[in-house]
Design a protein around this ligand. Structure first.
Ligand SMILES: O=C(O)c1cc(C(=O)O)c2c(n1)C(=O)C(=O)c1cc(C(=O)O)[nH]c1-2
Ligand SMILES: [Ca+2]
Length: 566
């Protein structure tokens, strides 16, 4: 054993972005910047980076591995496909324990059996499972301390996001937007698993606080017809970030259900939005909808990252940025939610010309599928349109990074379009609730993925790196001037943060669709990433799925460092 695990405190979690010896949070800090000040591995030295050990997730469960590991006191906690978790000694790669969650037959994750990572607090480590449970394990033994089913997986609910711990509460989102669920954010007591509050994110649904009904911001179901708010979607499936300065949680919300927009007139609040939530009560403090009345599955859960925006007058604004599935990069005032700017980060955004000064999209109505005026729509005849980005988005779940060194955001983006048409559909518990058909197609022959450096002050792209396959992994940036990300072709790569020049790469043997981390220990800097091809692309990718079907599956954790000087 390791002896008594040192308890992780609320303050440790809030300091995570500055303390380089541990990685206590998903996002390397609750603000989600994915920036480490470490600079031992830098533009000069990175070419010497070598693997020091690997760890296999084993067995036949070699499916999409999207997990970001945590490192606490020399122990790594890493989750894997099929709701598994391991504790590993970081020095040696030796397994300390494995937790293998017993999953029922009927789970319904839309987009592979993935998990994005864990959270730590006190002597426990937490994660969400594909059967919609939050599980607390003892950090030292891997034994279950508490386990709580927060929703009914038979209705399509599942958890793929990494939880967040704030003020002694485990906070999580939920998925199921393809099954007509109602997205919610949940806060559980970290010690006992008791539910503190539940915040549904679809107007009309009443939340709870300490087990009693609590108020909902906004008019009851004003932006929905009839009782559609009861099956309105808005999965919070990517989880959220927390900013200690404003004291607010930031959650993205996913697609409204069903996808067929003609079946649900109105803005459909708060689907495809960003929400600021009070962690004490679960109350929504502000909202901003990136795609009102979404008709393309522009499932805007994308992470909202807090950062200081330098204004033209030299003043700094407490801002936050998000790169949406719909192809636009948004900067908001993170105290009020006020819209500051929207800039395209992909080459095509057919559905909207841009945004007006109030932050509403200026639609290109020709690109909304199923227009009844053209013979489509709710009657199910359907008119097909070709439009870009595709429903898998200008950017999907994979988190971008913000560099405190360059002031740039590094966005893993994709260039693809889709044929999309509408079909009739009625809600049935536990059945897909789309009302749309689609085929994704690449826009260019030589690349789909593009890693882009975005200047949040100007909305301009500073550099880009093109990759043949779609990019599907998270990004990490460092004080050493590096930007790390993975590719489905199997590489973990490091780029120059100012020029985009590729400085280092290593082939892990399977696609890298996870988020890399870095930390230091005994004066040395470590880098780690999980490898294992999967996620939504091979399942939903249409013509692109054909192109990537030769990629090998896997389930392997890699750890790198510079060789010790003799
Ligand atoms: O609406 C939802 O609840 C929901 C959940 C998830 C998920 O939990 O992974 C994805 C999606 N939608 C989705 O639309 C999507 O493209 C997607 C990709 C992935 C992935 O991990 O590769 N998950 C999800
Ligand atoms: Ca979705």
């Amino acid at each position: 054993g390791l002896g008594l695990a040192k308890p992780v405190t609320d303050q440790d979690i809030l300091n995570d972005a500055e303390t380089t010896g541990d990685v206590l949070t998903y996002g390397l800090g609750t603000q989600g910047q994915r920036f480490s000040p470490l600079d031992l591995v830098n533009k000069e030295t990175v070419k010497g980076l070598v693997p020091i050990w690997g760890f296999s997730f084993g067995g036949e469960k070699q499916r999409g591995q999207e997990s970001q590991p945590l490192v606490v006191d020399g122990v790594m906690y890493v989750t894997g496909s099929y709701s598994r978790m391991w504790a590993i000694d970081v020095k040696t790669g030796k397994e300390l324990w494995e937790y293998n969650h017993r999953l029922p037959d009927g789970i319904m994750p839309c987009c592979d059996v993935i998990n994005r990572g864990a959270a730590v607090y006190g002597d426990k480590v937490y994660f969400g499972t594909l059967d919609a449970k939050v599980v607390a394990l003892n950090r030292e033994t891997g034994k279950v301390v508490w386990s709580k089913a927060i929703e009914d997986y038979k209705a399509g609910y599942s958890i793929t996001n990494a939880p967040l711990v704030v003020n002694g509460m485990v906070i999580t989102g939920i998925g199921g937007g393809e099954f007509g669920i109602v997205g919610k954010v949940y806060a559980l007591d970290a010690n006992t698993g008791e539910m503190k509050w539940i915040r549904p994110v679809i107007e009309g649904n009443v939340g709870t606080l300490d087990g009693k009904p609590s108020t909902m911001t906004g008019t009851k179901n004003a932006s929905w017809q009839g009782d559609q708010w009861q099956t309105g979607g808005g999965g919070t499936w990517l989880g959220g970030t927390y900013d200690p300065k404003t004291g607010l949680l930031y959650y993205g919300t996913g697609n409204p259900s069903p996808w067929n927009s003609w079946l649900r007139p109105g803005d459909n609040l708060y689907s495809s939005s960003r929400l600021a939530i009070d962690p004490k009560t679960g109350e929504i403090k502000w909202s901003y909808q990136t795609t009102p009345h979404d008709g393309w599955d522009f499932d805007g859960v994308n992470e909202l990252i807090s950062f200081p925006l330098k204004g033209a007058d030299g003043k700094t604004i407490d801002a936050a940025a998000t790169a949406d599935r719909n192809g636009f990069f948004f900067v908001l005032d993170r105290t009020t939610g006020k819209f500051i700017s929207a800039s395209p980060f992909v080459s095509r955004h057919d559905w909207a010309k841009g945004y007006d000064e109030n932050g509403r999209p200026i639609y290109n109505t020709d690109f909304r599928p199923g227009d009844p005026a053209k013979g489509g729509g709710a009657d199910g005849k359907g008119t097909s349109v070709f439009t870009a980005p595709s429903f898998l988005g200008g950017k999907n779940w994979m988190p971008m990074a913000y560099s405190q060194k360059t002031g740039l955001f590094y966005i893993p983006s994709n260039e693809w379009g889709m044929d999309i048409w509408n079909e009739p559909i009625t809600y049935k518990k536990g059945a897909a609730y789309l009302g749309a058909g689609f085929t994704i197609k690449p826009l260019y022959q030589d690349h789909i993925g593009v890693l882009r450096a975005m200047d949040p002050a100007t909305g301009k792209i500073k550099w880009e790196y093109k990759n043949h396959a779609p990019l599907w992994g998270g990004v990490l940036t460092t004080g050493g001037g590096l930007v790390f990300t993975g590719t489905p072709e199997g590489y973990l790569k490091a780029f120059d943060d100012e020029t985009g020049e590729e400085l280092w790469s290593f082939n892990t043997g399977s696609g890298v669709v996870a988020s890399p981390i870095t930390w230091d220990m005994d004066g040395e800097q470590y880098v780690a990433v999980v490898s294992g091809w999967g996620g939504a692309v091979p399942l939903w990718g249409g013509d692109v799925a054909d192109f990537v079907k030769s990629f090998n599956q896997g389930g392997m954790l890699w750890v790198f460092k510079l060789p010790k000087k003799a």
